[in-house]
Design a protein around this ligand. Structure first.
Ligand code: IFM
Length: 454
């Protein structure tokens, strides 16, 4: 049941933020594009995974999704009509290289070229994510991110994209949420390619981070005025109780969940606490890797959704922690805790502990069971979630946080990975039977906010 939030801040206005603050939305290729076999696109690990019975809750795939590949103009019109000034999207590697031809696919490049032109024509600054989980299947067949040759292939792809689009795209995100690429893909197996091995996941994670480290100077060489960063999914971690055991569990959980990424990106190496826990499952590190990963970036993207609450669990390898879900928390219909304070805690902690430079909230949003009734979607709970998180961000900035922009997840309802189409995160409702787009109440509110009309 959808819970309507009660403690809404009474007034939040765009003018509470700097005039050059960026307001946008985030999307990703596999989740919206569809057109899976069009214009030379080859299968990704998500095509394979979603076609495997039992992997996706509603048995769906991203083969059609929101058909954005054909409806991109309407979608960019929507973003423009909301008054946004920035649009984050990802490129499908599978549209660029097919594993056979040495040359990139001209049709794939042409699609993204016209998409970027479409953004610029609508006053939307393009922010490009180079990897949002859709590895070409032919690369996975050679070991995927566990094979260091994939780093070279990724850099070849990044080189082509940045040479081709760098005249118009100045903001680049090397990877979205490497935790999910590595851990959901290879530890718990919830995501493609669906492996279940901690050492494999940690090696994948390391190789992805190495690829990030080498991509940053490459992007800068191709796009001299580029701003480059990475988007991490981070969670503030809370103890399940006041017991000394649960409080100690917080640090262990945080060591792998957050510091495993932040510490290496900012030159501190993998946290000793986590290395001690994973023991022989730690990744193989080659000379120069740690220096490469620690390349200074222009910004850090933080994807924030919810805090994690952990209890001591001596039997659980490797962290000896267990995530708990107390009943008395406000939650979205996806079961994720609604905690704007968690966002403030997280952003303040990241800014305090690491020299991140500018921070961007590169994703934040909520999934509710929306209904189209009488031609409208009254998603009051999502609107309230948005209001409360923007107010929290305003307070964090007032307290000194260098947050320069906010990207709502997401413009459209879309293919939510292992949940298929059962989870709706959009500011715009998709009627999948007709592909009609209907801006929800939350989208109307965000639009009015960004336009300074509320
Ligand atoms: O849909 C995802 C997105 O692809 C990555 N970040 C979290 C979102 C919601 O689960």
């Amino acid at each position: 049941m959808t819970m309507i939030l009660t403690d809404l801040p009474t007034a939040i206005k765009r003018s509470d933020f700097a005039s050059d603050f960026l307001w946008g939305v985030s999307t990703s290729a596999y989740q919206i594009e569809g057109a899976a076999a069009v214009d030379g696109r080859v299968p990704s690990i998500w095509d394979t995974f979603s076609a495997t019975p039992g992997k996706i809750r509603d048995g769906s795939t991203g083969a059609v999704a929101c058909d954005h590949y054909h409806r991109w103009e309407e979608d960019l019109d929507l973003a423009q009509s909301m008054g946004l000034n920035v649009y984050r999207f990802s490129i499908a590697w599978t549209r660029i290289f097919n594993g056979v031809d040495a040359e990139p696919n001209a049709k794939g490049l042409a699609f993204y070229s016209k998409l970027v032109d479409g953004m610029l024509a609508r006053g939307l600054q393009p922010w490009c994510t180079l990897y949002h989980w859709d590895l070409p299947q032919y690369i996975q067949d050679q070991g995927g991110w566990n094979n260091r040759d994939t780093i070279k292939l990724y850099l070849q792809y990044v080189d082509v994209i940045t040479r081709h689009l760098g005249d118009r795209i100045k903001h680049w995100i090397t990877h979205n949420e490497p935790w999910c690429t590595a851990m959901h893909g290879n530890w718990d197996g919830m995501h493609a390619p669906g492996n279940k091995s901690l050492p494999l996941a940690l090696q994948v994670c390391h190789n992805v981070l190495v690829s990030h480290g080498h991509a940053v100077p490459l992007i800068r060489a191709n796009v001299p005025d580029a701003k480059v960063g990475i988007a991490l999914s981070l969670h503030p971690v809370k103890p399940a109780s006041d017991s000394a055991e649960d409080i100690a569990a917080v640090s262990r959980h945080d060591a792998l969940r957050n510091r495993w990424f932040l510490d290496v990106l900012y030159g501190r190496g993998y946290p000793a606490e986590a290395l001690a826990l994973v023991g022989a499952d730690a990744p193989v590190i080659e000379p120069g890797d740690m220096e490469a990963i620690a390349v200074p970036c222009d910004f850090l993207g933080v994807n924030y959704y919810f805090p994690e609450e952990v209890a001591n669990a001596p039997e659980d390898y490797p962290l000896r922690t267990r995530i708990v879900y107390p009943q008395d928390r406000q939650r979205t219909d996806f079961g994720w805790e609604v905690s704007p304070d968690g966002m403030v805690t997280l952003l303040e902690r990241v800014a305090r502990d690491y020299p991140t430079g500018d921070l961007y909230v590169t994703e934040n949003g909520s999934s509710y069971d929306d209904h189209l009734e009488g031609g409208v979607v009254q998603d009051t709970a999502r609107r309230d979630y948005l209001i409360r998180h923007l107010a929290a961000m305003r307070d964090a900035i007032a307290a000194g946080s260098k947050i320069k922009g906010y990207f709502a997840w997401s413009l459209l309802d879309n293919f939510e990975w292992a949940e298929g189409y059962l989870r709706r995160f959009g500011l715009t409702y998709i009627d999948y039977a007709t592909q009609r787009r209907i801006v929800k109440q939350s989208g109307e509110w965000y639009s009015a906010f960004v336009r300074g009309k509320n």
